[in-house]
Write a protein of this length. Structure first.
Length: 418
C-alpha cells in the first residue's frame, strides 16, 4: 500500500477514470494539453479498473515528453518490477505476465541478453522473409473478399501469423487460441471481450492459457529442436545461465500481447490515418521507398499504440518540481508526450516527412525500449506496401475502439473494395 506523509489535493483534470478512456483520442488530447501546459506532473486519484480495489491513495500522471523520458531512462529510481499497469495485480500474476517487461536490474539485462542471443542473423533474415510472404498472401485474400472487417481480415492476421510462425507454434487452432488469450490480457474491462466473465477471471484464464502454451512449446523444442525462435530460446545461454521453462512461458505471454496487439493496432490506425490525410498518402505512394521509413515513425508517434506505462518510485524524487515519495506510482502517458509541442512542431499534424521524430512509441528510451521494434517495422512496411500498391480502391470505415488505458486498440473497422 502506498501512503503519503501529508494529504494532497488532486489535480483539476482527471484522466484516471474509465469515462476518460472511453473518449476519443482527440478528446483525450484536449485534456492532456491542459496538463502539459499547466500541471505536467499531476497528482490524481487511483486509476479505475475492474480487478481489485485500489490500495494506493493516488498516482502521479506525467504528460510532458521530457519528463516521460526522465522517468523512462532512470530505472534505478522508477522501477518496473512492481508492475507496469494501473491495477492492483497479485504478485504471482505480475511475475508470470510481465516477463522482462516487469523486471529490474540485475535480472532484466540478463534476460534481455538471453532473449537477444536467440535473434541470430539467420533467424532475423528468416523472419524478414516470412513477413514478406505473409503480407502478400494476406492481401491476396483481402482482394478476394471485397468487404468485411479489416481488423479480422488483415490487421490481426499479420502479427499473429508472424509471431507464432516465428516461435514455431504451427497449429492454426492454437494460434487463434493464443491470440484470443492475448486479447483478454489487455481487455478485461471491455464487455465484448469479457463475454460475461468477471475481469479477474478473464485475466487469469488468459494468462494461464498463454503460460501453458508457452511452456509446452518450450518442452517440445527441447525434445525436438527445429529452426525457430523457441528452439533458439531453450538453447540460449549467457554467462552459463539458461532460461527456465517458466521464464520462456512468461516471454511467450509478452510476445503474444506485445507482438499481437500493438502491431495490429498500428496497422489499423496507421492505414486509417493515411486515408484520412490524402496528401500524405499521395506523398508516400509517389516514392514508397523514400518515405516509408519516416512514415512508419510518424504513424507510431501519431497513433501511439501503447498509450501508458507505470513505474514505481524506489526513493523520494523531485520531478519537474513535484515531490514524489518512495513507493508511489508514476504514470507515463506516451500518447500525451507524443503530442508535446515543446518537442514536435505542429504535433496535431500527421506529417510523414517529420525528421527527426523522437517519439515515445517504443517505450520512451531506457532499458525497457522495445526490443521487438524491428519486427513491428518490418510488418508495417510490408503490409503498407501490399495494400497501397495492390488495392487502390480500398475504403475504410470508422474504427470501433477498445475501452482501456494501456493500448490504443481497434476492435473492428469495416472496409470495402470498389
Amino acid at each position: 500500500m502506498t501512503t503519503t506523509s501529508e494529504a494532497r489535493a488532486y489535480g483539476a483534470h482527471a484522466v484516471t477514470n474509465i469515462e476518460f478512456w472511453s473518449k476519443t483520442a482527440a478528446e483525450r488530447e484536449e485534456t492532456f494539453k491542459l496538463l502539459r501546459d499547466g500541471d505536467p506532473v499531476s497528482w490524481q486519484p487511483p486509476f479505475a479498473g475492474g480487478l481489485m480495489p485500489p490500495e494506493n491513495e493516488g498516482v502521479w500522471v506525467v504528460t510532458r515528453h521530457a519528463d516521460i523520458q526522465e522517468v523512462s531512462k532512470n530505472p534505478a529510481v522508477f522501477c518496473s518490477g512492481e508492475g507496469f499497469q494501473f491495477e492492483e495485480v497479485p504478485a504471482d500474476i505480475l511475475e508470470a505476465a510481465g516477463s522482462f517487461l516487469g523486471m529490474d536490474a540485475p535480472r532484466h539485462p540478463q534476460m534481455r541478453r538471453l532473449v537477444s542471443s536467440a535473434f541470430t542473423p539467420k533467424q532475423v533474415a528468416k523472419i524478414a522473409d516470412q513477413i514478406k510472404d505473409q503480407a502478400k498472401r494476406i492481401v491476396d485474400e483481402l482482394i478476394e473478399n471485397p468487404e468485411g472487417d479489416f481488423v479480422a481480415q488483415v490487421s490481426k492476421r499479420l502479427p499473429m501469423w508472424t509471431i507464432y510462425e516465428m516461435v514455431g507454434l504451427e497449429d492454426p487452432e492454437k494460434r487463434e487460441e493464443a491470440a484470443h488469450h492475448a486479447d483478454g490480457m489487455v481487455a478485461w474491462n471491455d464487455e465484448d471481450v469479457a463475454a460475461g466473465r468477471e475481469p479477474g477471471q478473464l485475466l487469469n484464464d488468459s494468462l494461464v492459457g498463454l503460460l501453458m502454451m508457452g511452456m509446452e512449446l518450450a518442452n517440445e523444442r527441447r525434445e525436438n529442436p527445429k529452426s525457430d525462435l523457441f528452439t533458439n530460446l531453450v538453447q540460449a545461454e549467457v554467462d552459463g545461465v539458461k532460461l527456465t521453462d517458466e521464464e520462456i512461458g512468461s516471454f511467450f505471454v509478452l510476445l503474444s500481447v506485445a507482438g499481437n496487439d500493438t502491431t495490429r493496432n498500428s496497422i489499423s490506425l496507421g492505414l486509417k490515418t493515411l486515408f484520412d490525410n490524402p496528401d500524405q498518402l499521395a506523398l508516400l505512394q509517389s516514392d514508397f521507398d523514400a518515405h516509408i521509413g519516416n512514415a512508419i515513425e510518424e504513424i507510431v508517434r501519431y497513433v501511439s499504440p501503447v498509450m501508458t506505462f507505470r513505474r514505481t518510485a524506489t526513493e523520494d524524487y523531485v520531478l519537474n518540481g513535484r515531490e514524489i515519495k518512495k513507493g508511489e506510482w508514476v504514470a507515463t502517458i506516451f500518447s500525451s508526450g507524443n503530442r508535446d509541442d515543446r518537442v514536435f512542431d505542429k504535433p496535431e499534424t500527421f506529417d510523414i516527412t517529420r525528421a527527426p521524430n523522437p517519439h515515445l512509441g517504443f517505450g520512451g528510451g531506457g532499458p525497457h525500449y522495445c526490443m521487438g521494434n524491428f519486427v513491428a517495422k518490418m510488418q508495417l512496411r510490408e503490409i503498407l506496401f501490399n495494400v497501397l500498391t495492390r488495392v487502390p480502391t480500398l475504403e475504410l470505415g470508422e474504427p470501433e475502439h477498445l475501452v482501456g488505458n494501456f493500448v490504443h486498440a481497434v476492435k473492428r473497422m469495416p472496409y470495402t473494395i470498389g
